[in-house]
Write a new protein. Sequence first.
Length: 148
Amino acid sequence: MSVTLRGEPIPMPILDNPRHERFAQFIADGKSATKAYELAGYRSSRQNAQRLTTNDDVRARVAELQQQAAAKHEITRDRITQMLLKDWEAAHDNKQIGAARAASESLGRLHGLYIEKRQDDVTVRDISDQPMTADGWEKQYCGGAGTH
């Protein structure tokens, strides 16, 4: 619902209702509707927050704010790739092997060539309100080898 003049977008003025404007800004910033509704100064209400997201003026304002943010930062995978390639070239030219390797690894991660593995060690403890017997202790901590 953006308006253009000679192909150029005409910026939408801020919303007349200050709470609606704050709500739109928080939504554009990635907050949930319920959280944005509270931060805008309203009492918590999931239904009212969802209803406000369907308001045409609020929706248009959110879209405009998101477009402005994207244009301002213009960070894309291609741009990051180019920056990392420049980093790699500079590091390589200066014989900084560690920095070149870090840039290469970052490129690989960016393009999904690495799979992160995580191993969680879980220890299960049997807790009882009864004291452990000498035989039970020996079995658990000495591998069951009797020393008597």
